[in-house]
Design a binder for this molecule. Sequence first.
Ligand SMILES: Cc1ncc(COP(=O)(O)O)c(C=O)c1O
Length: 389
Amino acid sequence: MQIELAKRIQHTEEYYFSRKLREIDALNQTGAKVINLGIGSPDLPPHPSVVETLHQYAAMPTTHGYQNYKGIHPLRKAIADWYHRYYGVSIHADRNVLPLIGSKEGIVHVCMTYLAEGDKALFPNPGYPAYASAVRLSGATGVPYKLASQRNWLPDLDALTKGDLSGVKLMWLNYPHMPTGAAATTTFFNEVVAFAKQHRILLCHDNPYSFILNNQPQSLLAADGALDVAIELNSLSKSSNMAGWRVGTLIGAEERINEIIRFKSNMDSGMFLPVQMAAAKALSLDPEWYQELNKTYSRRREKVYQLLDALACTYDKQQVGLFVWAKVPASQADGYALSDEILRQSRVFITPGGIFGDGGNAYIRVSLCATEAVLDEALDRIANAVITQ
Ligand SMILES: Cc1ncc(COP(=O)(O)O)c(C=O)c1O
């Protein structure tokens, strides 16, 4: 039986990684043992005290019921304290914080709350594909804005102002930027807040990478007057090694939280209490947690540089975040061609930059979520393939 799909899903394909992982699984079934350097899912565990907190609360008979739609107070308080301690941003635990089941779901909630057919939303190209998909699912029209290495992957706000901003209601922004690893500056954050105010655009900043290989975590909400025009999503997936736990947060003005909860409370029924208590524990960890994590990522990144050198790719060493973004050599048609070649010849999967938008076509993105031993093996395979070509 054929059932016509809803209009909103007709131009939305299955998520790239969901398809690609199936292809890699199929190769592995034939004994290929593919090394996957594609996805940004931390391979290291959370802090032992976080896992212990989960155990402790899960063992109690009284912690298994539905939870508050706005999360439990200890989690909201831990989020507010974390924002104050690490970003210097003061927010109210009961008014400005909405815990999320991962920031990816938050992206959809925000789009569904504010956008409908006839509206427009700006999103970065290259950028995290979920922004464009969520805008499309809401029925609104996505307007990609080009990012370029010459501007350190920051949007050209003057060009946007001179262009057509009619109908633009919302702008997705993400720094440290994925996939390019570019960090924003305080000046830029102030400028983009002024731009949003001037054009009455809701700024939606997605901030999951600020603690990874970055000495100065920054929140857009530290900019003057940001809370009037901006919301920020954050996540425990990357910086607390809790990607599978699904914990994120949305920070915004009280009206924004109450508006978004009108949609979100119709989608889910809260988060398992032991997960919330464990997340609060993770957010209360001292800076040494991030420092230790970054020592590991820093060593891995050196190996990734070697791997990219073997592929004759070029890259900027100022990048931050969980990946290295690199330009493919002129001998390659684009990042897809190089990615396919490495998968075929070396059984190593590296993400082609084009999946983040055509602004990433000439690039590849290598994840740091693999041990040094695995990266050594990947380098061996790639170096051998280059030599035997
Ligand atoms: C830029 C960006 N935002 C959001 C997410 C999703 O994070 P979460 O696990 O909190 O849903 C990712 C995950 O890769 C990401 O790269």
